[in-house]
Design a protein around this ligand. Structure first.
Ligand SMILES: [Zn+2]
Length: 285
């Protein structure tokens, strides 16, 4: 199994949990092989930025990479050529970074290969995040996710919080989830620890099937969220509004939900720009 964090350099649950895991795991207890990359985009992690400060490249748009490209593209190429072929399954740990905040979830993609998708779904359930999400990516080109899935391997993703920091809760979800996956794939001889046996509510099975799940800004201005994370949403509910400080007399533009569900992500920015994600809505399955 390959475990990656720091794909985006301002998301910290992955690097923290994976550095801890690398010190805690004993090679003699491992059945198979575990490859741990706590800081996939190392220059970005050192700089605390989403993208590399060297070439400005988003690592999760750099796959499959280029041997003689910029540094991010070369890292992606090395991982694609030398690391991913060794794996049966890959976990890539994300959070919202400085710009987004998520209700913690683990996810798998809706992919054409039903057998691999079922294995990814089972792995996501073993991870045991508060939400288990089936996702259709709006733009899957260049992602490590897509590279792994194109190789016919199991990909598990997660988004565990955000705001450019961590909480005890989000780090704990990462640590437990990683061990649960290693146990699920019988790489370590433990049983996955379910939410129920830890006295927590069962995971919520949700999905984001189409572009109606994404509320995207058409405006530049100050964002006022009108609903909080995990709120249940009805179709046409006001999600938030953008104010215009240059024209205080102008009424704000209200953004409404195109579908019903639950608010699973929101912008962490107050000053938003056209094209920014304002909110993400997931529906119960
Ligand atoms: Zn990320």
């Amino acid at each position: 199994m390959v475990l990656t964090g720091g794909n985006h350099g301002d998301e910290y649950e992955g690097p923290i949990a994976l550095m801890k895991l690398s010190r805690a795991l004993d090679a003699k207890d491992i059945n198979g092989q575990v490859i741990i990359i706590p800081a996939l985009n190392y220059p970005a992690v050192l700089a605390g930025c989403r993208v590399s400060p060297i070439d400005g490249v988003n690592m999760n748009r750099a796959f499959p990479g280029k041997r003689d490209g910029t540094v991010s593209s070369m890292i992606a190429h090395f991982v694609h050529q030398k690391i991913l072929p060794l794996a049966d399954a890959v976990l890539d740990i994300h959070s919202g970074g400085k710009t987004m905040m998520f209700s913690p979830f683990a996810c798998y993609h809706r992919i054409p290969d039903a057998a691999v998708m079922e294995k990814a779904k089972k792995a996501v359930l073993a991870f045991a995040a508060p939400v288990s999400l089936e996702l259709v990516e709006l733009d899957a080109e260049g992602m490590i996710d897509t590279a792994v899935e194109d190789m016919g391997k199991i990909f598990i993703g997660c988004e565990l919080g955000g705001g450019g920091t961590t909480t005890t809760g989000t780090v704990s979800i990462a640590e437990t989830g990683i061990r649960n996956l290693l146990a699920h794939f019988e790489i370590i001889s433990e049983q996955p620890r379910s939410l129920e046996e830890r006295g927590l509510p069962a995971t919520r099975l949700m999905h984001m099937p189409d572009s109606d799940c994404y509320v995207i800004s058409d405006d530049d201005g100050i964002y006022e969220a009108l609903v909080d994370l995990n709120s249940s949403i009805n179709i046409d509910d006001a999600i938030g509004q953008v104010h215009f400080p240059e024209k205080p007399e102008r009424p704000p533009v209200v953004y409404r939900a195109a579908r019903a569900g639950s608010l699973i992500g929101r912008t962490h920015k107050a000053l938003v720009e056209s094209g920014d994600f304002l909110a993400l809505i997931a529906a119960e399955m």
